[in-house]
Design a protein around this ligand. Structure first.
Ligand code: NAG
Ligand code: NAG
Length: 466
């Protein structure tokens, strides 16, 4: 028996993965032993230990057990008084009774589960505690059935839905990983504001859609995934459209957000947020390549920023040239696109409309509240549905988007609802094909607070020949 002890002493579990953190992934999944998945509760079942000298050599062996939603290595880690990942350590591995009372287990849907068993209730993990009680986390979830129903019953002018890509995330995670624009500082807020020459009698159309006016030049909504880099996505989106429009369709580049995320690092934090003025500075001074040349690869789960793979140098006459090949080996054209300095528009609804109509889509910041993530269709306004659910629901964060048009709708009571149409960067499965409409003229969620336009830097040689 003592000869058996040495390898056995080296038994038991080591968590491979912190399962609580968002986006944690099982890195190794060699084999899944027999387990029991019942009513959403996972119990690995069977024996958690292996006998014999088969484990723990250099820690890269097959001696793993599936447990909860990850795999464990056998290790001394489980020699603790609260049995959590290897409940039979004492009895099976050491052959002695556990020095603490046998766990009672927890009941769920008429079944009993051992201490340490877990299940997920949306964004909250519930664990069977030593006292025989389920203990659940208490986060506000990004998708919340009650709130969705409240929006859809409430006649707010828009509909909410349950997005599977957001299900299981906390509201805090959504705000931390799905937005990513720093609020413009006071100095930036004061940047060269431009006033359009507005004739007070000027009649603007009731509906406007940039894609109808400039066919083939307005790029579709992007998808930032769990990268909090909307600063780079909205800037690339607006610059792509503006360069296409100002070159009269001669160039229609879809510019690379990744180029900004990885290379515009001065006071910028990549997928942890960034400033719009910094992004435009980079587009003006350095320029960026196309998305095809430098595709989006950053995901929130990757540690740290990725190195810049696309530097550029000046070739004189204000033009720049890439000094590297495209990160995408299948693309040869590493042309750099630049913009002129951006200009801030006034917050006047009419001036924003006129700019859109004459020069193309504009960039706007947007204060995102808990109900915006659930938006499916209609004219968005922030609703009070989460009021009364406690402070953990009263979270918001700054985002940025591309406004592409406007319109109005008649309500049954005869009132007119005016709206902006904007492209978000949460993929085309979100909202109205990746777009949303939001109340216009009332600075809803600050959408009219900070609006930016820009000119593509298009030299005469890039222009179509007459
Ligand atoms: C378990 O841990 C305790 C204290 O940490 C230690 O005294 C004991 O020897 C360990 N038991 C085994 C079997 O490793
Ligand atoms: C939302 O969708 C997820 C899967 O996509 C599903 O598991 C969940 O039950 C849904 N919740 C509600 C409230 O509809």
């Amino acid at each position: 028996m003592p000869g058996d002890m040495r390898p056995l002493r080296a038994l038991l579990c080591l968590w491979l993965v912190a399962r609580a953190a968002l986006g944690s992934r099982v890195r190794t999944r060699r084999e899944l032993g027999p387990g029991l998945y019942q009513n959403g509760v996972y119990d690995a079942g069977g024996s958690y230990c292996q006998r014999g000298d088969v484990c723990c050599r250099g820690r890269d062996d097959g001696c793993t057990v599936p447990y909860h939603d990850t795999l464990c290595y056998c290790d001394l880690f489980c020699n603790r008084t609260v049995s959590d990942c290897c409940p039979d350590f004492w009895e099976y591995c050491l052959g002695i009774p556990a020095p603490f009372p046998k766990a009672q287990g927890c009941a769920r849907a008429g079944l009993n589960y051992p201490t340490g068993a877990t299940y997920r209730e949306n964004c909250n993990l519930c664990t069977c505690g030593p006292g025989g009680q389920w203990q659940c986390e208490d986060h506000a979830c990004l998708m919340d059935g009650e709130l969705i129903d409240a929006v859809n019953r409430g006649n707010f002018g828009w509909r909410a839905t349950n997005y599977s890509q957001f299900w299981g995330m906390t509201l805090e995670d959504g705000i931390r990983h799905r937005l990513g624009t720093f609020r413009p500082s006071a100095t930036v807020m004061n940047m060269n504001e431009m006033h359009m020459n507005m004739d007070s009698n000027e009649v603007l159309p009731r509906h406007f859609d940039a894609a109808a006016k400039w066919p083939g030049m307005i790029h579709g909504p992007l998808d930032q995934g769990n990268c909090a880099g909307s600063w780079a996505f909205s800037t690339a989106a607006v610059a792509s459209d503006r360069i296409s429009i100002h070159s009269m369709g001669h160039m229609t580049p879809a510019l690379s957000p990744q180029n900004l995320l990885s290379c515009d690092t001065r006071n910028q934090r990549g997928c942890s947020g960034g400033r719009l003025d910094g992004a435009w500075w980079y587009l003006r001074r350095r320029g960026v390549v196309t998305d095809e040349c430098y595709p989006f690869t950053s995901q929130q789960s990757e540690p740290g920023p990725q190195p810049c793979m696309m530097h550029s140098r000046s070739t004189g006459r204000g033009k720049r040239q890439a000094t590297a090949r495209c990160p995408n080996p299948r693309t040869r054209s590493n042309e750099i696109y630049q913009s002129t300095p951006p200009y801030r528009l006034s917050s006047s609804e009419k001036e924003i409309m006129k700019e859109l109509l004459e020069n193309g889509p504009v960039q706007a910041i947007l204060e995102v509240h808990e109900d915006f993530f659930m938006y499916k269709s209609g004219i968005y306004r922030h609703t009070p549905v989460a009021e009364g659910k406690g402070p953990k629901y009263q979270r918001h964060g700054t985002h940025s988007v591309k406004i592409t048009g406007w319109g109005e709708e008649q309500l049954p009571d005869g009132q007119t609802q005016k709206y902006w149409t904007a492209a978000n960067s949460w993929g085309t499965a979100w909202g109205e094909d990746g777009h949303f409409r939001i109340a216009r003229g009332v600075n809803e969620c600050e959408v009219e607070t900070f609006v930016v336009g820009v000119w593509g830097r298009v030299s005469t040689e890039d222009m179509p020949h007459k």
